[in-house]
Design a protein around this ligand. Structure first.
Ligand SMILES: [Zn+2]
Length: 111
């Protein structure tokens, strides 16, 4: 799909034409630059991976909520131990995802 990037804030618009103004910063249509086809396809590729990362981040948040309930339930020490180690593992996954997304952003693999 054809993409236009706001030269002021970096917002990427999908469409045959640039928007009348930037939805993020309000810059006028003239501030949008049509992305090269290869750059636009890299954006599509990065979106897919970034979405997977964000889905994993959300899923781990849900896992932490479940672990928290299990820890508070305190049925027995074995249960609590499983929930505590799982909580730590979910948090570690989240931190790894965030670090990876940060490298994507630094490399411009975002949009
Ligand atoms: Zn903008």
């Amino acid at each position: 799909m054809i993409k236009w990037q706001c030269s002021v804030c970096g917002y990427i618009h999908d469409g045959d034409e640039a928007p009348d103004k930037c939805p993020k910063c309000g810059a006028p249509k003239e501030k949008f630059i049509k992305m090269e086809e290869q750059a636009a396809s890299l954006v599509e590729r990065a979106r897919f991976s970034n979405n997977l990362h964000m889905e994993l981040l959300t899923l781990m948040e849900r896992a932490k909520e479940i672990c928290d309930k299990g820890i508070k339930d305190e049925l027995d020490p074995g249960c609590v131990a499983v929930f505590k180690t799982s909580m730590a593992a979910a948090h570690e996954v989240q931190q790894k995802v965030k670090a990876e997304l940060k490298t994507h952003m630094n490399k411009g693999k975002w949009g």
